[in-house]
Design a protein around this ligand. Structure first.
Ligand code: NAD
Length: 485
């Protein structure tokens, strides 16, 4: 085992969980056991809530201008330690080193946004009648929780940590049990950046701890990122306990390709979208809807896809179960009549035989009724469906229950605008394969990709992590005249 057993981080200290139940943490890169992660209990969570509660009065009374100083230092520490942080992400998640570096850079950008919060979180004030003022201010909620998935061990935690904490809350985070190492390093960096003890706490585990978070009366708000099935369960349970909840779910992102799209650029973008991070992104292209004669673009797409080499510029998928599931989808589609143009099943990766790799896969003549066209695959696979019109393509996009992202590739501005209007997705791209809005714009899908109101990052997150205090004050504006009498 490469690292010592993972511990929880509560009240500024790494401590053992009150359980001897653990899971092995296996690197998808080559099958090495990295560590073990404890399956913490409600007792561990309670200790974290107590620590966070105790830290809240002092932290929330600190001004936001002082609180963000921690995040200026945290951003600098992410940048200073980027190589080591990226190596850890690569090791536990399986993505390539360059992708891991990009993930840490994005975390630094998220911290940068939090540093700008004092400039944008100002309230409003108006003299509504002579001497009477109404004023609003954003007030922190208290103890909040963040539950995160495996695919971005560092970035998705950073979607929530800087904003929630800079806005005055104390946080408990539950990392994915598949990639529990990175968040421990973030805890160390936050401590080094000067965050007071108890403001940030880490409790490891799986279902039991997530349910305990949803049930704990001391937690005011729950943010969740993961699959739709669990997002629904968490949203239902947290809100039935009268908590505020924002739960982001899975995705099935469609790229609509028109015949006038620029072939090389389109093929490169689609490849980067479907195979980047081994397709394990909620923004990954999963379905390409080809409108009319686009064979020349599909040819280029196959060429580009073949440049993705497992174990080199294409990382591993998270585990054996995931690899088997992805390959089953491909085999099933093939048996139902789809044509596998580029086949990534069972690639050989020399020296990493125990790693869990799937090669780039392009499948043509997929029908909308096939499972591969309807379900989230979360692997480096693109399914091509053929249509004759943009409206048919949009009908396919709109029929899928998810709504994270959609893109269109065309040189026709009017057509692009039409797709932006009609696509039922929270984030739409034009000639962009991964239409992630960058800070200060907020990130969030629609439909079965998001339960709750608002987005998870950017300005929208201010509403989630705070409540609005409205005060009305009345003072005699002429009082000064009689001050001395
Ligand atoms: P997941 O739903 O399996 O796990 C997410 C979190 O829920 C983890 O912390 C896990 O421990 C916990 N969990 C797992 N099973 C649970 C259960 N039965 N009850 C309660 N909690 C449970 O997701 P994952 O496999 O870690 O991540 C991949 C998924 O996340 C994909 O569907 C992907 O699209 C989605 N995702 C979405 C976004 C977005 O912004 N919409 C971003 C990243 C990932």
């Amino acid at each position: 085992m490469k690292y010592s057993p993972i511990q929880n981080y509560i009240n500024g200290q790494f401590i053992d969980a009150a359980t001897d139940q653990t899971l092995a943490v296996i690197s998808p890169v080559d099958g090495t056991q990295l560590s073990t992660v404890p399956l913490s209990t409600a007792q561990d969570l309670d200790a974290a809530v107590k620590a966070a509660k105790a830290a809240f009065p002092a932290w929330s009374r600190t001004t936001i201008k002082e609180r963000v100083q921690v995040f200026f230092r945290y951003k600098a520490l992410l940048e200073k330690n980027i190589n080591e942080l990226a190596a850890l992400v690569q090791e536990e998640n399986g993505k390539t080193y360059d992708e891991a570096v990009a993930e840490i850079e994005k975390g630094a950008e998220l911290a940068e946004f939090a540093c700008s919060l004092p400039q944008i979180v100002t309230g409003e004030i108006l003299e509504v009648s002579r001497g009477v003022e109404c004023r609003t201010e954003h007030v922190p909620l208290g103890v909040v929780a963040s539950i995160v998935p495996f695919n971005f061990p560092s970035m998705v935690p950073n979607w929530t940590i800087p904003n929630a904490i800079a806005l005055g809350n104390c946080m408990i985070i539950k990392p994915s049990e598949k990639v529990p190492l990175s968040v421990g390093r973030l805890a160390e960096l936050l401590q080094e950046a000067g965050l007071p003890k108890g403001v940030f706490n880490v409790v490891h585990g799986d279902r039991e701890i997530v349910e305990a978070i949803c049930d704990h009366p001391g937690i005011e708000a729950v943010s969740f990122v993961g699959s739709t099935k669990i997002a629904k369960a968490v949203y239902k349970r947290a809100t039935s306990n009268y908590k505020r909840c924002l739960a982001l779910g899975g995705a099935k992102n469609h790229l609509i390709v028109l015949p006038d799209a620029i072939p090389g650029m389109t093929a490169q973008n689609i490849t980067a979208s479907m195979a980047g991070c081994a397709g394990q992104r909620c923004m990954a292209a999963s379905a390409m809807v080809a409108v009319g004669p686009v064979d020349h673009i599909i040819e280029k797409l196959c060429e580009e896809a073949q440049k993705m080499v497992p174990g080199k510029n294409l990382g591993a998928v998270i585990n054996r179960a995931s690899k088997d599931r992805i390959e089953r989808y491909i085999t099933e589609a093939e048996s139902q009549g789809a044509k596998v143009l580029v086949d990534g099943r069972n690639p050989t990766v020399e020296g990493k035989e125990e790693g869990t790799y799937v090669g780039p896969t392009v499948i043509d003549y997929v029908r909308p009724d096939m499972a591969i066209a309807q379900e989230e695959i979360f692997g480096p696979v693109i399914s091509i469906m053929r249509t004759n019109t943009v409206d048919e393509a949009l009908a396919i996009e709109n029929a899928n229950p998810y709504g994270n992202a959609a893109s269109v590739f065309t040189q026709n501005g009017g057509m692009a605008r039409y797709v932006i209007d009609k696509a039922s997705a929270g984030m739409v791209g034009v000639n962009v394969g991964v239409p992630v809005p960058r800070e200060p714009f907020s990130f969030g899908g629609w439909n079965d990709s998001r339960f709750g109101v608002g987005d998870i990052t950017g300005k929208s997150s201010i509403e989630f992590w705070t409540k609005l205090k409205k005060s009305t004050t009345k003072w005699n504006p002429e009082a000064g005249i009689n001050w001395m009498s």
